[in-house]
Design a protein around this ligand. Structure first.
Ligand code: 6GU
Length: 241
């Protein structure tokens, strides 16, 4: 069964890249279904207003609950997982990407302005799982770019989408570490040599070398990931690095 993804946004053209490259191929091959919907199709007034001033005052505008309520009533189904990109969400991770890849139907609700009236999400959560997720500690203008990121991370995990399924298992994060460097021919380029162990043919030594490089890179760039590695994921040889 294909994964179905629906996106509700006031900028449907922003989601056009979803039909290109990797995701476009998954669509063509029937592994993925995609619907992109203009939120303004559910507006009630001649001005097609989607936002209003915030209760309690303050800067910015808040997206109106009636419009979002009607849109989600139409787009969501019995087996929908609703995903709301927001910098105030919980972190989107590779673990969550795997979870989403197992669902039947993902609906992304893209907020702009200062966000969506919280009652929309409270109401939706009466009928379906609702995740507010963030793709990192910085602020975007709206959720659209985050949907491109999340959808790509999820779709590449669907069976049949990647050419070579082992490559997903060897990704950064699959073992809790960043991936180390890669090399291809020539052996020496601009006086820079490929590490000789990679040309030794000794597969145990090569595995050990790659593990050492991954540990060193993770230590320097993402020490927080090492803290989280379970004690039993590190062997005595790892600890020596
Ligand atoms: Cl998921 N949405 C928005 N609007 N800003 C973000 C974000 C998401 N993640 C980081 N910044």
């Amino acid at each position: 069964r294909p994964l179905r993804i629906d996106v509700v946004t006031i900028f449907p053209e922003y989601l056009e890249p979803l039909r290109a490259a990797l995701l476009g191929r998954a669509l063509d091959r029937g592994l993925l279904e995609l619907g992109v919907h203009d939120l303004r199709d559910w507006t009630h007034d001649v001005h097609r207003a989607v936002d209003d001033a915030p209760y309690g005052g303050g800067p910015g505008m808040v997206m109106k609950p009636q419009v979002w309520g009607d849109a989600l009533d139409d787009v969501c189904g019995e087996r929908t997982r609703l995903i709301v990109p927001t910098p105030a969400g919980r972190p989107f991770t590779q673990r969550l990407a795997h979870e989403y890849a197992e669902q039947e139907h993902l609906v992304f609700a893209c907020g702009r302005y200062e966000g969506i009236d919280q009652r929309v999400l409270t109401d939706a959560a009466r009928r379906m799982p609702v995740d507010e997720v963030s793709i990192g500690d910085y602020v975007l203008v709206g959720g659209e770019a985050a949907v491109l990121v999340i959808a790509e991370a999820v779709v590449r995990l669907l069976p049949g989408v990647l050419g070579n399924p082992v490559s997903a298992e060897q990704d950064s994060f699959s073992d809790g570490l960043l991936e180390g460097p890669s090399y291809t021919r020539p052996e020496v380029w601009r006086e820079l040599a490929v590490p000789s162990v990679l040309r030794s043919g000794n597969h145990a030594l090569i595995e050990r070398h790659r593990r050492d490089e991954a540990l060193a890179r993770t230590f320097h760039r993402r020490p927080d990931l090492l803290e989280r590695l379970a004690a039993d994921d590190l062997d005595a040889r790892d600890r020596a690095v």
